[in-house]
Design a protein around this ligand. Structure first.
Ligand SMILES: Nc1ncnc2c1ncn2[C@@H]1O[C@H](COP(=O)(O)OP(=O)(O)OP(=O)(O)O)[C@@H](O)[C@H]1O
Length: 253
């Protein structure tokens, strides 16, 4: 499934936050979105998962018009791991992951063997089998983040949108969560702050500044010292990470 965003403008409180932006996420590719705090990354992602409506432009998942389609129709295809993952009521981990099946169910339809198999697989992929009877609210921030990823995996989306999915996670789980996402082999659009993770996991990158695209291309094309200086206002030195053989970064201000 591919994502096509064309000439999107989004206003929040009458202020343009995303400005005439066009981008494309090809089938089964992992595409990264980078930019400073407040550059409009979350706002753009929210318009793709229908939490906010653009005032102009179109968003398509293959030929599904996201702006016009119902939430349920979009949720059958698209999974979201957001920045803040709180629930107001308590459920077990297994129950939270089972909620991922909701878009596929009719009203009052009960959960069946296939649903429970999807939940089990999602718990295995996110290393959460031992947590399945724990209360969600009792978990740490990083554990909650993994449960939300498991819920999204159980949803069986064809495209996944992730907004800073490594927030709250220690180094091992940062790598684990991105590896688990990559192994799903589905179309992925992910906002990340960590440029080494971006360089390691993304096939292609879009860079956002003040709601406009300032660069796009492969990690090597986009993640240059001058672009990083321009969008993050830091001095940066790039080297080859001796372990990953991908880009490494030193920063100073
Ligand atoms: N409800 C709102 N009311 C007013 N301004 C808002 C609202 N939501 C977002 N904004 C503003 O829109 C701009 C873009 O915010 P957004 O959350 O999209 O940025 P971001 O790139 O995701 O930032 P971060 O890296 O900090 O998560 C910010 O200046 C923010 O203050």
């Amino acid at each position: 499934m591919e994502l096509t965003v064309e000439h999107i403008t989004i206003e929040v409180a009458r202020k343009p936050i995303v400005k005439d932006l066009t981008l494309h996420v090809p089938d089964k590719q992992t595409v990264g979105l980078i930019g400073a705090n407040g550059s409009g990354k979350s706002t753009l992602l929210k318009s793709i998962y229908k939490s906010i409506s653009p005032i102009k432009g179109t968003i398509f998942l293959d030929d599904l018009d996201v702006v016009k389609a119902s939430n349920r129709r979009v949720a059958k295809q698209l999974g979201v791991v957001g920045q803040f993952n709180e629930l107001n009521f308590d459920l077990t981990v297994e129950q939270v992951v089972l909620l991922g099946r909701t878009p596929h169910k009719k009203l009052m339809e009960s959960d069946n063997l296939y649903d429970y198999q999807r939940v089990q697989e999602a718990l295995l992929r996110t290393n959460l089998m031992n947590y399945r009877h724990r209360s969600f609210l009792s978990l740490s921030g990083g554990e909650k983040q993994r449960v939300i990823l498991a819920r999204t995996i159980a949803q069986e989306p064809q495209i996944m949108i992730l907004d800073e999915p490594t927030n709250h996670l220690d180094i091992r789980y940062q790598l684990e969560i991105l590896t688990a996402v990559k192994q799903l082999n589905i179309t992925t659009f992910v906002a990340l702050h960590d440029l080494e993770l971006t360089a390691s996991y993304c096939d292609y990158i879009y860079a956002l500044k003040d709601g406009e695209l300032v660069a796009q291309g492969t990690p090597e094309e986009v993640l240059t010292e001058s672009l990083i200086n321009e969008i993050f206002q830091v001095n940066c030195q790039i080297y080859e990470n001796p372990i990953t053989k991908k880009l490494g970064f030193h920063y100073s201000i």
